[in-house]
Design a protein around this ligand. Structure first.
Ligand code: PAF
Length: 287
C-alpha cells in the first residue's frame, strides 16, 4: 500500500478529518508516540475493521515526562514508522511539531482525578496530567469517532475513559489486548533500551503474573500472599527494583485483599535504566 499522508499542522489535520467526515467516513484514531511495534499495529488493525478512515498520531509528548525521565532518549524514527504504516490502510499520520501542540503561552491543563492518583500517578507525578491534556487536544484536533488504546497502559486507559465520560467527549474508547513477544514480554517501545541480559531478565514481569494466576488456580485467595510470591519471583533478578506489584479492582485500581472476583495484577519494575510496566487479568477459580 501507499505511504500515508503526513500532516504537520493542526489546520491541515482538522481539514482532513472534516472532509473525511463529510464524505461519510467514521474516523478511527490511534494516538501513539511513535517507535511503532506490533502492539501499535494491532490498534491500527482494530481501527481498520471498524472505520473507513484511520488516523494515527505520532508525537512524543513532552508534558507527560517528568524531570529525569527518558524524554530525550525516547526512540524517534518517523521514517521507519511511516514505512511500517505503509502496509496498512492509514489515511493520515498526524505528526505535529511541539510549536503546534504547545505554542508560546500555552497554559491550560486537564486536572485528572482519583483514578490517576495511585500507582503510575504516584511514581510519575504529573504524568497523567500530561497524558490527559495531550489526548484531549488530539481528540479536539482529529475529531475521531473511535479511539484505540492498548490495555498494556492499563491505568492510562482508565484515565482516558474517565476523562471522556466526565467531559462528555463525543468519542468511543476501544481497549485492545496487550500484544506480547513469543516469550511473553509485553511489547513496548521502551523494550529497545534493554541490553540482551536485561531483555532475558525482563521475562520475570510476565512470569510473575502467570505465577499469580497459577496460585489462584491452586486455590490461593489471599492477595498479600500472591503479591509476595510475585515480588520474590521478580527479585530473583538481583538488580531489579520494584516500584509496585499489586492486585487491584479492575475499575477503581484499589488494592484487593482477596481474589474472589476477577482482579488485575499490575506492576512496574526497573531493570537497569529501563522502567517496564505490565498488567494482566487474574481470574478466580470458577468451580
Ligand atoms: O500511550 C501513549 O503512547 C501515549 O501516552 C499517548 C496516549 C499517545 C499520549 O501521548
Amino acid at each position: 500500500m501507499a505511504m500515508p499522508l503526513v500532516l504537520r499542522s493542526v489546520k491541515e489535520m482538522r481539514a482532513y478529518s472534516r472532509s473525511a467526515k463529510q464524505s461519510g467516513s467514521r474516523i478511527g484514531f490511534v494516538p501513539t508516540m511513535g517507535a511503532l511495534h506490533r502492539g501499535h499495529l494491532s490498534l491500527v488493525e482494530a481501527a481498520m475493521k471498524e472505520c473507513e478512515t484511520v488516523v494515527v498520531s505520532i508525537y512524543v509528548n513532552p508534558t507527560q515526562f517528568g524531570r529525569g525521565e527518558d524524554f530525550d532518549r525516547y526512540p524517534r524514527n518517523l521514517e521507519g514508522d511511516l514505512n511500517l504504516l505503509a502496509d496498512y490502510r492509514v489515511g493520515a499520520v498526524f505528526a505535529p511539531l511541539d510549536s503546534e501542540m504547545y505554542p508560546e503561552g500555552f497554559d491550560t491543563w486537564v486536572q485528572v482525578g482519583r483514578i490517576a492518583q495511585p500507582w503510575e500517578g504516584t511514581c510519575r507525578p504529573g504524568h497523567f496530567r500530561g497524558v490527559a491534556t495531550v489526548v484531549l487536544k488530539l481528540f479536539a484536533i482529529v475529531e475521531p469517532d473511535l479511539a484505540y488504546f492498548g490495555e498494556k497502559d492499563y491505568q492510562q486507559l482508565l484515565v482516558v475513559r474517565q476523562m471522556v465520560r466526565d467531559l462528555n467527549l463525543p468519542v468511543e474508547i476501544r481497549a485492545c489486548p496487550t500484544v506480547r513477544e513469543p516469550d511473553g514480554l509485553a511489547m513496548s517501545s521502551r523494550n529497545q533500551y534493554l541490553s540482551p541480559d536485561e531483555r532475558r531478565d525482563a521475562l520475570v514481569l510476565f512470569q510473575s503474573q502467570q505465577l499469580a494466576q497459577e496460585l489462584v488456580d491452586r486455590g490461593e485467595v489471599d492477595a498479600a500472599k500472591i503479591t509476595q510470591a510475585m515480588r520474590e519471583h521478580i527479585l530473583r533478578v538481583p538488580y531489579a527494583k520494584i516500584d509496585y506489584v499489586a492486585l487491584v479492582e479492575p475499575e477503581t485500581l484499589q488494592e484487593v485483599t482477596t481474589v474472589t472476583r476477577p482482579v488485575r495484577a499490575i506492576l512496574a519494575v526497573r531493570l537497569g535504566g529501563t522502567r517496564l510496566i505490565d498488567n494482566m487479568e487474574i481470574k478466580p477459580k470458577t468451580s
